[in-house]
Ligand binder design. Structure first.
Ligand SMILES: *Cc1c(COP(=O)(O)O)cnc(C)c1O
Length: 376
């Protein structure tokens, strides 16, 4: 069976984890965490980066920093992972879903302004498949209406919009280093603060609502409970694992991009025949080959193709069931405007195996199988 995903692994992860153990420092904020954060700041030009226990917790931190309260409204696409919504719902916010663009599966920036009310607090663009949303337009809307912009860049590491790293364009960015993403620390993530003024508050929230970080720096002589917070810092063991992958980040990215281009080249004829659509990358965006998806005619064809691939030992998968039609989505959110593309496009989308180390002959085999299915 060709799996859908293999967690990225470069080889020196254990050495670094052992080093953390030998340093007798496996709790948070040790040398490996600091090295990862510095690397990410230099690589992306973010004002400040803090590692977190997940992208979910990075989103929850953003929600706390923005002071989200019951009744606030948050605008986001419905075609996303549950954490994008949950991070705000746990603080009592109502989610306002707007439709996506069919070309990128990202929030349709042209529909956002109409969804804004007096209660709106933030816009949460999700960079699906590591392809950037139309951030200039989104930031402009946010500025005119005095809203926060929190980028869900869970899939966005190593990708850019107009030359700027995803996650560094809004007020906050949230990355994921879950093992299903391009770079892994098992479970983990990072919050990007694009204005260093938020650092003090972010550090307090991340350290259980205490001023422990200021204490360690000698800025206060004892540490105490000063605000709302939780435990959002990961163990050094996880940071050590990530450090191994950051050192090899370009190699991982090049390998994935090579696979992505092979898929695209190999499937072009099927697109010309009208059997499938291939992903579209806007010219402002450099993506990171997080995902290779195709779109087929409808749900029925997708189900048949997924089964056909499985019979041929290939694990393809579909993706998000739109949140607005889920049990919690009905309770905590509403869809603004018409669902022109969210449901119909999500039903057509099928993801092919994509991971660091996917072999050329495997990609050729997968492409062959897709052709054979449509030639039947
Ligand atoms: C993976 C993912 C998340 C959650 O990431 P975790 O690190 O598992 O919390 C959130 N949003 C999107 C869009 C994702 O793809």
């Amino acid at each position: 069976m060709i799996p859908f995903n293999k967690p990225p692994y470069v080889g020196c992860e254990q050495d670094y984890m052992l080093q953390a153990i030998k340093n007798n420092k496996i709790s948070g904020d040790g040398d490996f965490t600091k090295k990862c954060q510095k690397w990410l700041e230099e690589y992306t030009h973010a004002a400040k980066v803090l590692l977190t226990t997940s992208c979910t917790s990075a989103l929850e931190m953003s929600s706390l920093i923005c002071g989200i309260e019951p009744g606030d409204e948050i605008i986001m696409p419905s075609y996303t992972f549950v954490s994008t919504a949950n991070a705000f719902v746990i603080h009592g916010a109502k989610i306002v879903f707007v439709d996506i663009r069919p070309d990128t599966m990202n929030i349709d920036e042209k529909l956002i302004e109409d969804a804004i009310t007096a209660k709106t607090k933030a816009i949460v663009p999700v960079h699906y498949a590591g392809v950037g949303c139309e951030m200039d337009v989104i930031n402009d809307i946010a500025k005119r209406h005095n809203l926060f912009v929190i980028e869900d860049a869970a899939q966005g590491m190593h990708a850019t919009y107009k030359g700027r790293a995803l996650g560094t364009i809004g007020d906050f960015g949230a990355y994921s280093y879950h093992e299903t993403k391009n770079y892994s620390m098992g479970e983990g993530g990072a919050i990007f603060l694009n204005n260093a003024d938020y650092l003090g508050h972010a550090e307090i929230i991340r350290e259980k609502g205490t001023n422990r970080n200021q204490f360690f720096r000698g800025q206060v002589d004892k540490y105490t409970w000063v605000d709302k917070g939780s435990s959002f810092l990961p163990s050094e063991l996880n940071a050590a694992y990530l450090w191994a992958q950051l050192e090899r980040a370009d190699e991982i990215n090049n390998n994935r991009m090579k696979s992505w281009k092979m898929y695209r080249q190999g499937l072009l004829d099927l697109e010309k025949r009208g059997d499938i659509s291939l992903p579209i990358i806007p010219k402002e965006c450099v993506h990171n080959a997080h995902m290779f998806y195709i779109k087929v005619k409808d749900l029925d064809v997708r189900t048949k193709l997924l089964n056909y691939l499985k019979e041929h030992e290939i694990l393809g998968v579909f993706h998000y069931v739109p949140l607005h039609s889920s049990e919690a989505g009905l309770k905590y959110g509403r869809f603004h405007g018409t669902d022109r593309y969210t449901t119909s496009e999500s039903e057509r989308l099928l993801r092919l195996p994509m991971y660091y180390g996917l072999k050329e002959e495997e990609i050729h085999y997968i492409i062959d199988c897709v052709y054979r299915f449509f030639d039947m």
